[in-house]
Design a protein around this ligand. Sequence first.
Ligand code: STR
Length: 516
Amino acid sequence: MAWFLCLCLFLAVGLALLALQLKLRASLRGPRELPSLPALPLIGSLLSLGSSHPPHVLFQELQKKYGETYSLMMGSHRVIIVNQHVHAKEVLLKKGKVFAGRPRTVTTDLLTRDAKDIAFGDYSPTWRFHRKIVHGALCMFGEGSASIEKIICQEAQSLCSTMSDVTEGGLALDLSPELTRAVTNVICSLCFNSSYSRGDPEFEMMLRYSQGIVDTVAKDSLVDIFPWLQIFPNAGLRLLKQCVSTRDSLLQKKYDEHRADYSDHVQRDLLDALLRAKRSAENNNNTEISAETVNLSDDHVLMTVGDIFGAGVETTSTVLKWAVAYLIHYPQVQKRIQEELDIKVGSDRSPQLSDRGSLPYLEATIRELLRIRPVAPLFIPHVALSNTSIGEFQVRKGTRVIINLWSIHHDEREWKNPQMFDPCRFLNSEGTAVVIPSPSFLPFGAGVRVCLGEALAKMEIFLFLSWILQRFTLSLPPGDSLPSLEGKFGVVLQPARFKVHATPRPGWDRHKSQAC
Ligand code: STR
């Protein structure tokens, strides 16, 4: 018996020692290497990336073989793809500053005069200062200011009367340019204190150049992966150059007009606020901040306004277009929003921002739209500014990180039936309040580079949708097929074009008092 006990003890000690040694070896090995796609010299992993899927779907599919976080080579650049929220938050929040860099690419350099803007500019003291000024100016003229609500309501009013005019003739309407004009005018009022009327040639020109930029910039096109391809004729790059030069002359015109009648005493708009910040920084050139502002050149101001303009228009109008497409696909959702509006707002007045709290179903629908069709499915790539790690994986300085918001918003462990459009997932069980059911929801990003226009975008989406749905029911024109919900991949994910019928709702008379 005694020898049996001794044997057991001996075995137990032996096993414990073995386990300890294995654990020690694992911890000595340190962070692990990431699983990687095969790569060849020069072309990198290009051969494994040939697929009919758009990049966000392909990166989601590749998880099955390589795990949620993996790496690949784009030309000579190592790129990490993050497909789940824990690692995404580590990159954006926990190690936000380490991952705050941006890659330089041929197309974004062309768009931003070598990264002198906020969205594509690399992390630096000048960038931080620059972002702070823009944030301050946006707060003053946008978020939280009563006047912005008035501007949005004015545009909603004009959008609805255009819709009435067209539908009175019984015509089907492509809402896309109308929604874009409404959103553009909000940004125009904010940036330049001006607006466009229907058919304005300058607005038509803006629509064209902006679409050209969205179609060609920052979509990991071949010139961005292999910069030496620039020396060959390239239709995409030619189009981008044309569009950027049209945009630049428009921005320059606005800038010159503002400089000509600038006064220190009146701030009419965001451009005035930026000019003022630039001048005051120049005047205080012996203070501590001024050391950081040396590079806040005219180019910086122009490129920033270009960012705000481009981001403000393309993102919000895209969400509204998706909203219309989904409401046509899901008439029962549209009906429930209208019922909520009828009860909480009625038809004697128009919806206003203070109604947001009492329209939870509409708010939940907006969240579900932002989840199911994220505006920027791959965000803008980040760059590690020093050696670091993501989870247990080591990451070397200079590595690019792409966060696949598409995977994060369609993660089956976080969302039940993620392909299903179901606003109720964002409501509590009584249907009386909005909730965020999963931490896997990041429509505006997070951390040092979080979207600057989040509050403005939410106000616009809420007001435009509530005004439209109070007055009209949107439906498919007879004989047309339902709009595709797939989306065209680019720096933003846009729906295909389609026409709608906007039928005035019974009880809504266009000549009724339309005060905001
Ligand atoms: C749209 C087209 C344009 O005229 C200018 C810009 C510059 C800013 C870009 C914008 C673009 C597309 C959406 C972006 C935005 C900066 C932040 C935003 C990429 C290319 C997003 O991250 C969704």
